[in-house]
Design a protein around this ligand. Structure first.
Ligand SMILES: C[S@@+](CC[C@H](N)C(=O)[O-])C[C@H]1O[C@@H](n2cnc3c(N)ncnc32)[C@H](O)[C@@H]1O
Length: 417
């Protein structure tokens, strides 16, 4: 159990290069020759209450509350997670390691400069404003034009809570609530105030949080601005998370004009209207986005296209297993699916589709077409999921299979010669 702690002074400076790379740390941990030198950045002693129901749950160590008030230019971060997982991210807490590209984005640098003025009123240079919107609570509106592929917002988590902590009965609801309230209460005042009020912490976590992983373990992340972005069935941004930078980035999927609401999809892309509504029910709201308010005929047409797209995906998937389609038929289906993806503006879907296209071409020995789709799949994964994307292994396997196929084709060619 982590019992000692240290106070730190942030090294953040978005205006003064060079950017210092170290936190100034004062340790309260007793030094012991038998222990490695502690490098703990927590601003308070970690809070590790005994579980309410110690007999429920398995091997996983109990969750504690860890707070680092200096995180990201004193926005602060509270973690409710296990000591091991908290330790695993210690080096990423240092502001000095954030990529300059993210650190100097206007949504970060302007936010810090505007702390004493009217912050989110659209005159702040951030490029967006947070405002109440009819029927959707608060939402985020663009205050300038964003080009396709441009980063609209960079944000850092203020609260990270291990997903299973919320689901397990090891801590009863009042103990859970107590830990969450403590996690918020100890954050810097501005951040704490922005999280609405400690009595609704759990609701905030349930409705405003993003899923991010620490060492492959799911955590719910609350972002001060990112969590204000509403759902849209035809989103104009997607988000990706960098573990190294501990940063979430929202990137424009198409041009965004001043006054447009910035929306991302809470449901997997490519779903039909009914599937989207069912998914959003789990979020506890009925969608009131532009696409859901479109005329019935338009919705039906979009649904038919999406169903057809999934049908092509499964036909090509089966063909890849059984080599049951000709190259001409694969060409035609790939063209049709790409057409639907373009019309329906589902480019992020291509991460999965390029892989299926590649495998289908491999089944008919068309190495060159397969290679172009593996390359495209890899590029899309990095773009949409970031460089640390979880499918790296899958893509590696695909490249290996492709190399194996290339060797077979080369050997056949040699035999023919
Ligand atoms: C992540 S929060 C978004 C910010 C939220 N509007 C707020 O005021 O904090 C998710 C909640 O916003 C509302 N919301 C988001 N998208 C919506 C939509 N398309 N239609 C209706 N309500 C929506 C729902 O209440 C949902 O539970």
């Amino acid at each position: 159990l982590v019992v000692c702690y240290s106070t730190t002074t942030s090294s953040w400076s978005s205006r003064d290069p060079p950017f210092p790379r170290k936190l100034l740390t004062t340790n309260t941990c007793p030094s012991s020759p038998s222990l490695p030198a502690p490098s703990l950045p927590w601003s308070h002693a970690p809070f590790c209450p005994p579980p309410s129901n110690p007999n429920i749950g398995g091997e996983v160590p109990d969750d504690c509350v860890f707070i680092v008030t200096t995180f990201r230019a004193s926005q602060g971060l509270s973690l409710v997670t296990t000591p091991d997982l908290a330790s695993s991210i210690v080096s990423f807490l240092d502001d000095g390691f954030v990529s300059v590209r993210l650190r100097d984005h206007p949504s970060v640098s302007q936010r810090q400069q505007d702390t004493s003025t009217e912050k989110h009123d659209g005159r702040n240079g951030m490029g967006y404003t947070v405002k109440p919107l009819p029927g959707r609570g608060k939402g985020v509106l663009a205050t300038r034009r964003f080009a396709k592929h441009e980063t609209v917002m960079v944000d850092f988590p203020a609260l990270l809570v291990r997903f299973d902590f919320l689901n397990s009965e090891r801590f009863d609801p009042s103990a859970q609530r107590g830990m969450l309230e403590r996690a918020v209460r100890r954050l810097p005042r501005e951040t704490r105030d922005a999280i609405i009020g400690t009595d609704v912490v759990r609701d905030v976590i349930q409705t405003n949080a993003f899923g991010v992983e620490i060492e492959g373990v799911n955590h719910m992340a609350l972002f001060l601005h990112g969590s204000r972005v509403n759902h849209g069935c035809r989103p104009n941004v997607f988000w990706r998370y960098s573990h190294r930078d501990m940063a979430m980035e929202m990137v424009a999927l198409r041009e965004i004009k001043p006054g447009d609401e910035i929306v991302h999809s809470y449901a997997p892309l490519g779903y039909t209207m009914q599937e989207r509504q069912q998914t959003l029910e789990a979020w506890g709201f009925r969608c009131r986005c532009e696409m859901c308010s479109a005329p019935a005929g338009q919705i039906a047409l979009s649904d038919r296209r999406r169903e057809r797209m999934f049908e092509i995906h499964s036909t090509l998937g089966m063909a890849a297993e059984s080599a049951s389609l000709s190259k001409q038929r694969i060409d035609a289906l790939v063209r049709e699916a790409m057409g639907i993806i373009e019309v329906e503006e589902l480019d992020p879907q291509l991460v999965a589709y390029h892989e299926v296209f590649a495998r289908a071409y491999m089944s008919v020995g068309d190495v060159s077409s397969a290679r172009s789709h593996v390359m495209a799949a890899e590029e899309k994964w990095v773009y949409y999921e970031g460089e640390e994307h979880s499918n790296i292994e899958q893509i590696k396997r695909l490249w290996e299979e492709l190399d194996g196929l290339q060797e077979e084709v080369d050997e056949d060619d040699d035999d023919e010669d």
